[in-house]
Ligand binder design. Structure first.
Ligand code: NAD
Ligand code: 5JK
Length: 369
């Protein structure tokens, strides 16, 4: 008992800790970071599930706050040893304005960095995104690339632009002197499309399939590979890199890592069917009925409708020119950088990741869309 208290001395802060990924990071830290004494969970919207975590040996502090408010961030960061910054506005559907996306993703990240510098917090892990690299607007494939693969990263959409700027700020901050005189150590993780328990878009596709009589219609050729990674493994990578950042500052500081695991290379829709299939949905082949030019037309029509209707209501369907381009461009990673640098091995096998996700989709059945 005395030993456990002795080693529990670290304070971690997880921003966005009540989001899809954030919740998994929070739970993973509690399970797999034995040196943790306090876990601060900072989010705009706190989840009721946090209450059940407050009975364990680690002090769990829920902080309702906004990353765009520098003083709220500084108050939350003060006294923390490590910050895992997952908070972000994930919007590729036109729900939020470009200004709001910038404010949360870029200004919010600036606030986190400045708070670390002012209060003397030395370790910062940033949840970046594959979209910092691509797919680019030219539709160039990124086929099983790694962190060093050359690729023409051209961003136009506010979300990837904001993630790219924020990632750059985090990496540039590596080595800055924090309060107390020691250097800040930062790194960024770039997940591809995350899936698993709590994935809202998977839930949307499931409900859409149920509405369509148990069918989904293929829109994207099966040959287009889209990178996916299980949320439990992404969370595990965050926990591990945060730990190793404190031990191997020179090697890990200022680095970027793609998030990867053993999930198979498939098209976005075929991959979803790995979970939705066992839950009773089937994918209907319609490539000849719905040619790509028609999809592009529908996507453009959706964008036009969104613009026309904006003064009256928010029209934000899943299909728009940007999401179509992302889904229709091969983007997959193949790398072992995280293993080489900080000993990462996926915690969940593909079979585990698949069965956990299927179990979750089954539980979602019957719940409101
Ligand atoms: N979902 C994916 O496939 C994916 C892939 C790559 C990277 N990412 C990145 O992972 C991170 C988490 O994404 P997610 O899918 O869990 O999204 P999410 O929307 O489920 O979680 C984001 C969390 O951030 C919080 N948040 C938003 N604005 C905030 C603000 N102003 N102040 C404080 N908290 C705020 C939200 O309330 C939410 O809980 C994001 O940074 C995202 O860019 C996600
Ligand atoms: C063309 C339609 C039939 C299908 C539309 C699917 C579309 C909504 C999906 C396809 C790919 C998805 C993105 C991809 O998995 C990676 C990311 C990176 C991450 O940082 C944020 C989420 C995002 C953009 C996914 C959003 C949903 C997309 C575009």
């Amino acid at each position: 008992m005395a030993e456990a208290t002795e080693i529990r001395k670290l304070v971690y802060l997880v921003t966005g800790g009540c989001g899809f990924l954030g919740e998994h990071v929070v739970r993973m830290l509690l399970q797999r970071e034995p040196r943790l004494s306090e876990l601060r969970v900072f989010d705009l919207h706190l989840g009721p599930w946090l209450e059940e975590l407050k009975t364990g040996p680690v002090r769990v502090t829920a902080i309702q706050g906004d990353v765009t408010q520098a003083h709220e961030v500084a108050a939350a960061v003060a006294g923390a040893h490590v910050v895992i910054h997952t908070a972000g506005l994930v919007d590729v559907f036109g729900r939020a304005s470009p200004e709001t996306i910038y404010e949360v993703n870029v200004q919010g990240t600036k606030n986190v960095i400045e708070a670390c510098v002012q209060t003397g917090t030395r370790f910062l892990v940033y949840t970046s995104s594959m979209e910092v690299v691509g797919p680019n607007i030219k539709g160039h494939p990124f086929y099983r690339g790694n962190e060093d693969t050359p690729y023409e990263a051209v961003h136009k959409h506010p979300y990837p632009c904001s993630k790219a700027q924020a990632e750059q700020l985090v990496l540039e901050a590596n080595g800055r002197e924090v309060h107390g005189g020691l250097p800040l150590v930062t790194c960024a993780l770039r997940p591809t499309g995350i899936y698993g328990e709590g994935h809202q878009i998977m839930r949307d596709f499931y409900h859409q399939g149920l509405r369509l009589g148990g069918r989904l219609f293929r829109a994207i050729p099966a040959s287009v590979e889209h990178g996916r990674v299980y949320v439990g493994n992404v969370a595990w990578m965050h926990v591990l890199v945060a730990r190793e950042l404190q031990r191997q500052t020179a090697l890990l500081g200022g680095q970027v890592y793609f998030c990867y695991d053993e999930s198979p290379y498939k098209s976005y829709e075929d991959f979803n069917m790995e979970f939705l299939g066992p839950c009773g949905l089937r994918l209907v082949e319609t490539r000849l009925l719905v040619p790509y030019w028609l999809l592009m037309l529908l996507a453009a029509l959706n964008a036009l409708l969104q613009w026309l209707l904006r003064p009256l209501l928010l029209y934000a369907p899943l299909l728009n020119p940007y999401t179509l381009a992302v889904a229709n461009t091969t983007f997959t990673v193949s790398t072992d950088k995280a293993r080489r640098h900080f000993g990462y091995e996926p915690l969940f096998s593909w079979e585990d990741s698949r069965s956990r996700t299927i179990r979750w989709v089954r539980a979602v059945e019957g719940s409101a869309p």
